[in-house]
Design a protein around this ligand. Structure first.
Ligand SMILES: Nc1ncnc2c1ncn2[C@@H]1O[C@H](COP(=O)(O)OP(=O)(O)OP(=O)(O)O)[C@@H](O)[C@H]1O
Length: 385
């Protein structure tokens, strides 16, 4: 019986909350990295569970790839350690680490066939010929390329090359697959297709995937959890829903979608709520009070554009303000509206039907409102980050 490198498991494989006793697939423990005077990764700690799809998300230059390269062993941490499957990787050469790699450049051998590319790592490891044939066949089926094994790399499309790179990385049976912006060069439609394919393949093999991207939508589509990075620090770690609905600060809120931020002062505190005066827009807003909130304190709140109601008359249990529509951008089902309130531009996403029914064209005086539970409260110092 050959040692099956491409493990097939029943989907959904990722019962990540029920396996708390299992050894973590990957642990990054207080890792720091500098290049010259620049701190690139700053005291980073995180744990990736077995079978999890975790994404590093953040703007260009925030240290995502450097972290991935440290996991792969191409860079060494200045401080801290990395464990894979419970084993400390310090001093372990890249080729001895139980990881697979897929990069944007793919680095396929153009003069070899699809099969030969996939078989390459197994041949280097001196796996027996029969077993190589069986494992390559299995890997080709996994990525849906069974018919194209004999083609050369130049004779297949960009999306098919992505599949070959995936098959090649998975065929050796890595504990963790590291993917650094693999779809960066693909057009939008193919990118979407590959994202769906990648999710299917990950469910099927059950391997732990660590994926790097700066595209928030891609992160939300693919990930069990997202690690949001900024300036080499982990800002927040959670499911797409957690980080979108409860961002820890304005950076995270603004990186995953758009937000409107209003700064105000607490004018009264009641049992369950606080009243804020938002001087920029001459309006008051009710918010959920936190225990440390004091009268007079400066607080910032953030509201997603889709949570602001707009109309000639609107209702909301938290805030009401008056403004003028200055621009409408048609996005298909929704219209992104810019509404000026005093000197501030508030961004609102409205259904195209509502805009049409109410005649909410640029120049129209409107009211804006939202509900208490839609206002995310930040300590103000975090807004100015
Ligand atoms: N070998 C190196 N020597 C010096 N500086 C480096 C080196 N590698 C990366 N850097 C710098 O470290 C910072 C973080 O780079 P990194 O590639 O980790 O960022 P990233 O978050 O992956 O960004 P991107 O999405 O653009 O790839 C950048 O400012 C980069 O220029």
């Amino acid at each position: 019986m050959p040692n099956r490198a491409v493990r097939i498991v029943e989907p959904p494989a990722c019962s990540i909350d029920s396996d708390a006793d299992r050894v973590a697939a990957l642990e990054i423990i207080e890792v720091s990295k500098r290049f010259g005077d620049n701190s690139i990764v700053d005291n980073l700690s995180l744990t990736v569970k077995q079978g999890e799809f975790l994404t590093f998300l953040g703007p260009s230059g925030c240290g995502k790839s450097t972290t991935l390269r440290m996991i792969a062993g191409f860079e060494q941490p200045d401080a801290g350690s990395i464990k894979i499957g419970g084993h400390v990787m310090t001093g372990v050469a890249p080729y001895r680490r139980p990881v697979g790699l897929v990069f944007q450049g793919l680095a396929l051998f153009p003069h070899l066939t699809v099969e030969e590319n996939i078989a390459f790592g197994l041949a280097v490891k001196k796996v027996k010929r029969d077993e190589i044939v069986a494992r390559v066949r299995e890997a080709l089926a996994l990525v849906d390329l069974s018919e194209l094994g004999r083609r050369r790399i130049q004779q297949i499309s960009g999306g098919q090359r992505q599949r070959v790179a995936l098959a090649r990385a998975l065929v050796t049976g890595p504990s963790v697959l590291l993917l650094d912006e693999p779809f960066g060069a693909l057009d939008f439609k193919l990118r979407r297709q590959m994202q769906i394919e990648l999710k299917r393949i990950q469910h099927q093999v059950g391997t732990t995937f660590v994926f790097v991207t700066h595209d928030q939508e891609e992160a939300m589509i693919l990930s069990d959890r997202i690690a949001v990075f900024n300036h080499g620090k982990l800002e927040q770690l959670g499911s797409a829903r957690e980080v979108y609905e409860n961002p820890k600060n304005a950076f995270v809120g603004g990186f995953l979608g758009d937000i409107n931020i209003f700064v105000g002062h607490v004018q009264s505190l009641e049992k369950n709520g606080a009243s804020l005066h938002l001087s920029e827009v001459s309006a008051d807003a009710l918010i959920v009070a936190t225990p440390e909130m004091k009268i007079g304190a400066e607080v910032a709140i953030s509201i997603r554009p889709e949570n602001v109601r707009v109309g000639r008359e609107v209702w909301g249990n938290s805030c009401l303000m008056v403004g003028q529509i200055v621009a409408n951008i048609y996005m298909g089902a929704t219209v992104r509206q810019s509404v000026v309130v005093d000197d501030k531009v508030v961004v609102v996403d409205t259904t195209a039907r509502h805009v049409q029914q109410q005649g909410l064209l640029p120049g129209t005086q409107v009211k804006l409102a939202w509900d208490l539970e839609d206002a995310i409260v930040f300590a103000n110092k975090e807004v100015r980050k």
